[in-house]
Design a protein around this ligand. Structure first.
Ligand SMILES: [Zn+2]
Length: 233
């Protein structure tokens, strides 16, 4: 049993369920998963994490991905610890450079990856059957003051509007896929509104990419600027 550290911090009464006791239920599959992970990565002769600890992280790739549980960048790209710097949010959106009000979690992560870690590539990774995009299409861009999702998804409202205009007679499936891909392009444009990104892209020390994971086909598509289409990589 490891030593119990007491922080001295007190939680509100509503958090009483966090206390460890006979009634407390840990999410057991996660603990079992951690033990398997530890066995794989922390054998006595394995120095992978010791090296990462000593040298610090130096990832070359920053991924802006969706929260979707099926689209884990480290799994999809078969990457090892330390290789990817990842920020995930609903529908993998990059907000534009805007006034410094509010809490800009995604922007802060991108700034850290670019300015502090010096990543060489940013990949905006969209995917098929995105719940965030589905929400945007269903609400038709209207916002419910009680929903954080509605307001967040309005960042890619221009993608929805263009799809509704150009694909009015298409099936819901086609419109959603188009909207998922066009939203990626909105994020690519937004990336360039940050001067510390635009400058590095102009100097070719940083490259930005729009990718799309087709869950059903198990296919990765990349946006080709020349053809203006997402094509298999
Ligand atoms: Zn999604």
């Amino acid at each position: 049993m490891s030593e119990v550290l007491k922080t001295g911090a007190e939680l509100p009464a509503q958090c009483a369920g966090l206390a460890v006791g006979a009634e407390h239920k840990w999410p057991q599959p996660l603990i079992e998963g951690f033990l398997r992970f530890r066995d794989n990565h922390f054998p006595s002769d394995d120095i992978e994490y010791l090296r990462l600890f000593a040298e610090g992280q130096k990832p070359k790739f920053l991924i802006v991905g969706c929260c979707d549980s099926r689209v884990d960048p480290a799994l999809i790209f078969n990457c090892a610890p330390g290789e990817l710097f990842v920020v995930r949010n609903v529908a993998n959106i990059v907000p534009p450079n805007e006034a410094r009000i509010g809490h800009h979690g995604t922007t802060a992560a991108i700034e850290y990856g670019v300015c502090n870690l010096g990543v060489e590539h940013i990949v905006v990774l969209g995917h098929e059957h995105c719940g965030g995009i589905q929400n945007l299409l269903q609400t038709r861009g209207a916002t419910n003051p009680d929903s954080f999702i509605d307001d967040w998804m309005r960042l890619v409202e221009s993608a929805r509007v263009s799809v509704e205009r150009e694909f009015a007679d298409a099936t819901e499936e086609v419109r959603r896929r188009e909207c998922e891909q066009r939203a990626i392009l909105v994020s690519l444009k937004n990336l360039l509104t940050f001067p510390w990104i635009a400058q590095r892209v102009a100097e070719r020390t940083l490259r930005i990419h729009g990718w799309y994971f087709d869950i059903k086909q198990g296919q990765l598509l990349g946006y080709n600027e020349t053809t203006g289409a997402f094509e298999p990589l």
